[in-house]
Design a protein around this ligand. Structure first.
Ligand code: CP
Ligand code: NVA
Length: 298
């Protein structure tokens, strides 16, 4: 039975921890093995990507497989071929599909009609693989994930939503500080409100106080360019700067999924400073994606 990775809620607690352990051991492993020899992964991306695309492609090559990278406009999806038909056709050629889309429902529909695993490489609603590799980074730096205080400062966006799902599966405390009107919404908000380990606030200082981990992300996500000036105003007091960071624990780690906009959501001093782990975090996407591909495409 094929399984999809559309949201973190597709995984149980032990599966998440198992993927992280496997990714850490793949990272430290010298020998190469080829469990995905002769397998092919299609990547269908509607939006730009540096890290997710390259790390999935390299992960697939390092596991012995091949990739086909497609933008939506080079396929017949650009001429309105139904997603359900595309899913059924691609399933007969490839062994897995990674999708990056605007609409989350496009990934859900692809997963519903595909007979091979569909992995979410970012939608407007979720970015599950990002948060899985971020959890791996926390595990490496802190030894454990559960029991920690994790702060999210900024937009209640796709990455924040995946952090909420992670806090539903794992027992850490998640404090999200978002401006009014920019917090999580809909079913994600409803789930967050049911959990005592998820705290929603408008106050960045209370969110970051004594945090072990602090996360932020761009104020203007891909596809929101028209809202840029309004959002920059609404988020002006949510910058992760040296002053705000001083409220966290002395051994706090600073995370950002990248790309970052220095001078907006984070200062140059913080992202280049001693607490920042952003490049290790970026590297870990490769290792975690290998663990995901191994588990889902085998
Ligand atoms: N963090 C992340 O998903 O980066 P890309 O947009 O470069 O893939
Ligand atoms: N929230 C950002 C994440 C980029 C990796 C976006 O969707 O553009």
């Amino acid at each position: 039975m094929k399984r999809d990775l559309v949201t973190i809620l597709d995984l149980g607690r032990d599966e998440i921890l198992g993927l992280i352990e496997r990714a850490i051991s793949l990272k430290n492993e010298q020998s190469r093995h080829a469990p995905l020899a002769f397998k092919t992964l299609a990547l269908i991306f509607e939006k730009p990507s540096t890290r997710t695309r390259v790390s999935f492609e390299v992960a697939m090559y390092q596991l012995g497989g091949n990739v086909i990278f497609l933008t939506k406009d080079v396929t017949q999806m650009s001429r309105k071929e139904p997603t359900r038909d595309t899913a059924r056709v691609l399933s007969r050629y490839v062994d897995g599909i990674v999708m990056r889309t605007y609409s989350h429902s496009l990934i859900e529909e692809m997963a519903r009609f595909s007979s091979v695993p569909v992995i979410n490489g970012l939608s407007e609603k979720y970015h599950p693989c990002q948060v899985l590799s971020d959890l791996m980074t926390i595990k490496e730096y802190k030894g454990e994930i559960e029991g920690l205080k994790v702060a999210w400062i900024g937009d209640g966006n796709n990455v924040a939503n995946s952090w909420i799902n992670a806090a539903i599966r794992l027992d850490f405390t998640l404090h999200l500080a978002c401006p009014n009107g920019y917090g999580p919404k809909g079913d994600v908000l409803e789930r967050a409100k049911e959990r005592r380990n998820i705290i929603l606030t408008n106050d960045p200082i209370s969110a970051i106080r004594d945090a072990h981990v602090v996360n932020t992300d761009v104020w203007v996500s891909m596809g929101q360019e028209k809202e840029a000036s309004k959002k920059r105003q609404a988020f002006s007091s949510y910058q992760l700067n040296e002053e705000l960071l001083s409220y966290a624990r002395d051994d706090v780690i600073v995370m950002h999924c990248l790309p970052a906009h220095r001078g907006e959501e984070i200062t140059d001093g913080v992202i280049e400073g001693p607490h920042s782990v952003v490049f290790e975090q970026a590297e870990n996407k490769l290792h975690l994606h290998k663990a995901v591909l191994e588990a889902f495409l085998k």
